[in-house]
Design a protein around this ligand. Structure first.
Ligand SMILES: Cc1cc2nc3c(=O)[nH]c(=O)nc-3n(C[C@H](O)[C@H](O)[C@H](O)COP(=O)(O)OP(=O)(O)OC[C@H]3O[C@@H](n4cnc5c(N)ncnc54)[C@H](O)[C@@H]3O)c2cc1C
Length: 452
């Protein structure tokens, strides 16, 4: 007989997913969080759609993005800007404050966070899971992997990520001693390409440049690549500072006084809620909790309470088998198009040449209402809107071009897409047939749970 577990849950990773889930679970359970670095520190920077905030998290938000912009240099100055349409603004998160708040909640609840303690390995048995670390072994009833984009646990189980692309990102928060020039507080330069980038793509060429203006003197600017492999930090850093200081088109940033560097990697691919075995669950980047543009923090804020409630039920009923844990990952989001939309968008963004991407961006100026861009980012696009967008894309790009840009899409993904559309079409027909009978009225897939 194995020893009784000292903890109900061991969480690997003291980033946003680990601390958010631990802050909830520690209310009624003995939780141990293992963080290989310092929990509560982050090298990320977040803005989010406001509807993922609630009374607990709203106090940690401020300001926000109010204007979306693009600069498509291969189009010779065909620039685009629009006031945020879906929401009046997309707030920023006070990163250290929210992580510290979760950290304090865990400690006040009597649970433990071990700093500088790296997960090494684990083994499950009928009663629990043994976790080996570089600071000792621990036993719990359940292990939750929140260790992010480079999870050793994902690697241990050989979970297939072959269809993933990775956003590699490097940037800095800084102040503008000479003022903001033509930039305004609330600006989000979503997509700036360079005159000398064509025909390179994000997969093999120059990155795109982005920035957000947080207040009268502070910005967060960054470069982004989208590749099958993760770019190394030093290469990205050198390229970021070269672009920041020397490119003519980034002149507003040449004198930026950097206060902190920010970098990282996050997956862009399908939602993968894979559960490896009994007593092991995944959350955050390690589970690929992401939206088409990699808004992982958004996904965490939207889902951590729901996920924690479901996990608490599993602990309460002692149903920690693979199937029950899988049901904890049924999210309340509008994600039935997400897998296909995310994969299509990812392949297109990674592989299209700069001028092809600029052509796509230009479509938001003439054929597609920019609100749909915000709706894709936030997973709020309807089937009708998505079909309208696809139609416009098919008018702009030839089938030959599109086949070249999304070659790696498997037949299964396309069939899934067809299945989702068929389900909706069937539902619409049934609704019409029953003249929106009260029982079916208000029925909406977005209220349904989906197991990815
Ligand atoms: C520059 C940048 C900007 C971003 N901007 C946005 C944004 O505006 N909006 C948005 O919604 N999302 C944004 N994201 C994405 C978001 O930051 C991530 O999705 C989110 O941080 C994922 O959280 P996580 O807790 O799953 O993983 P992480 O934040 O990666 O945290 C994982 C933690 O696990 C620890 N760990 C790893 N391995 C071990 C181990 N073996 N043992 C113990 N601990 C371990 C790590 O040290 C880390 O603390 C951005 C990402 C980057 C890089």
């Amino acid at each position: 007989m194995e020893s009784q577990p000292a903890y109900d849950v061991i969480i690997v990773g003291g980033g946003p997913a680990g601390l958010a889930v631990a802050s909830e679970l520690s209310g009624n359970h003995r939780v141990l969080v293992l963080e290989k670095g310092v929990a509560g520190m982050t090298d990320r920077f977040w803005f989010i759609p406001p509807d993922v905030l609630d009374d607990k998290t709203r106090p940690f938000s401020y300001g926000g993005v109010t204007r979306f912009m693009t600069k498509t240099y291969s189009m010779h100055g065909d620039d685009l800007a629009w006031r945020a349409k879906l929401f009046p603004s997309y707030p920023y998160i006070k990163d250290h404050e929210i992580l510290t708040h979760w950290l304090e909640t865990i400690c006040i609840n009597g649970s433990t966070v071990l700093q500088k303690c790296a997960y090494l390995d684990h083994e499950t048995d009928a009663d629990g899971v043994f976790v080996g670390t570089d600071c000792g072994s621990f036993r719990a009833r359940l292990l939750i992997d929140c260790s992010g984009y480079d999870s050793a646990i994902v690697k241990k189980y050989d979970i297939d990520q072959s269809d993933f692309y990775w956003w590699s990102v490097y940037g800095a928060i800084g102040t503008h001693p000479d003022g903001l020039g033509t930039m305004q507080v609330g600006d989000y330069m979503m997509w700036q390409t360079f005159a000398d980038a064509d025909p390179g793509s994000l997969n093999d060429g120059k990155p795109v440049f982005e920035y957000e203006i947080m207040d009268g003197q502070t910005s967060f600017s960054l470069i982004l690549y989208l590749r099958k492999v993760k770019m190394d930090k030093e290469t990205m850093k050198a390229e970021y500072y070269r672009i920041l200081r020397n490119e003519e088109s980034t002149s507003d940033f040449h004198n930026l006084q950097v206060t902190s560097d920010r970098w990282g990697w996050y997956p862009s691919g399908g939602l993968s809620q894979q559960i490896a075995e009994d007593r092991v669950a995944f959350a955050g980047d390690s589970a690929c909790w992401t939206t088409p543009c990699g808004w992982g923090m958004t996904f965490i804020l939207d889902n951590y309470r729901f996920f924690s409630e479901k996990i608490a039920e599993c602990l309460g009923n002692d149903t920690l088998d693979r199937e029950s844990l899988l049901s904890a990952s049924h999210f309340r989001l509008f994600d039935k198009y997400e897998i296909a939309t995310n994969q299509l968008a990812t392949h297109f963004l990674a592989n299209a040449s700069t001028s092809e991407l600029d052509r796509f961006i230009r479509m938001f100026m003439k054929d597609i209402d920019p609100i749909l861009c915000e709706k894709v980012f936030t997973l709020k696009i309807s089937q009708e809107e998505l079909l309208g967008m696809l139609k416009a894309v098919l008018e702009e790009f030839s089938i030959v071009e599109l086949c070249r840009l999304v070659p790696a899409l498997g037949l299964t993904n396309l069939l899934n897409e067809v299945r989702y559309f068929a389900e909706d079409a069937l539902l619409e027909s049934l609704k019409k047939l029953f003249h929106a009978h009260p029982d079916t009225e208000g029925f909406n897939f977005s209220d349904q749970e989906y197991a990815g």
